[in-house]
Design a protein around this ligand. Structure first.
Ligand SMILES: [Zn+2]
Length: 296
């Protein structure tokens, strides 16, 4: 029986991973561990737009860098009616002292209104998560509708979630300007996301061990890239980060203090960091007070 020669050094990777699960920042030279791509050109060197397509290596990132130069088409988005979304519950409900209404955002100018993209994962409470399952679960928790504006599955399908002209519900508190994208799956192999009763935690870990953690597929990353590129083009995004990063910046009245969940997980945050670098977005921690108090 042959064994991956690097198995003992990289016990946290399956032998089947590509580029260390970092397809944007790394390349896969030889099927072993990830390798750094060629360094980015310095200002003195030709910019990517001056290079001919034939000068591209097979690095995914070089291809992406060139794609950023040209306007992108709207990626295929599976509409609410296509995936069979339930009608939102428009009667106001209140959870934890905060209304979870289905209010319109305070302007018709969406490109002025939106300044941030927040990445989530749906976590370890759902096996084989679908937009329908997530919507059902969130509406059971008194949300008016699915909390996320977009959801992406492992096959790279992008689903329309909460319409962009409705108030967000994916970051706790009444915050404006935040587009929410959820990756369908659990991308935290350490299970830091499990909080509360340690006995339940052990049971959940055992169940999850038997089922195996999700891994972010290349198709999911590709779809996320295309969606982020498109949204940036349409709305002009300044800040980009994981849910946890935004929640730390936007905490209000301590209502989130008890929520130690790490969304979108370690694997999710790897992709978030890669995309933030690629698109040169700002960290949520650099958000100005004006943007924190946007439309308040
Ligand atoms: Zn989240």
């Amino acid at each position: 029986m042959s064994v991956d020669p690097l198995a003992s050094e990289y016990p946290f990777y399956t032998p089947y991973n590509y580029a260390g699960n970092k397809p944007i920042s790394k390349i896969d030279l030889d099927g072993l561990q990830e390798a750094d791509k060629e360094p980015a050109p310095t200002p003195e060197q030709p910019t990517p737009s001056n290079t001919t397509p034939s000068s591209n290596t097979n690095s995914t990132n070089n291809i992406k860098q060139n794609q950023i130069q040209s306007p992108s088409e709207e990626p295929k988005i599976i509409s609410r009616s296509e995936w069979g979304a339930k009608t939102p519950n428009t009667s106001p409900t209140t959870v934890g002292g905060k209304p979870k209404t289905y209010a319109d955002i305070p302007t018709n100018n969406l490109s002025f209104y939106y300044h941030s993209i927040v990445i989530h994962h749906t976590g370890n409470l759902n096996n084989n998560p679908t937009p329908n399952k997530i919507q059902n679960e969130q509406m059971k928790e008194s949300y008016a509708d699915v909390a996320y504006h977009f959801l992406i599955d492992k096959d790279g399908n992008i689903y329309e979630g909460r319409p962009l002209d409705k108030m967000q519900a994916h970051v706790a508190g009444e915050h404006h300007g935040l587009i929410g994208i959820a990756l369908l799956g659990d991308f935290d192999s350490t299970n830091e996301g499990l909080t509360g009763n340690p006995f339940i935690k052990i049971l959940k870990q055992a169940a999850e061990y038997a089922l195996g953690d999700s891994k972010i597929s290349d198709k999911m990353v590709e779809a996320l890239f295309n969606l982020v590129q498109y949204l940036n083009q349409e709305y002009g995004i300044k800040y980009f980060g994981g849910h946890k990063e935004f929640q730390e910046v936007l905490n209000i009245e301590g209502i989130e203090k008890g929520d130690n969940r790490f969304c979108p997980g370690f694997e999710g945050m790897d992709i978030v960091s890669d995309l933030r670098r690629t698109f040169k977005f700002a960290l949520p921690s650099t958000m100005t007070n004006t943007d924190k108090n946007w439309f308040k």
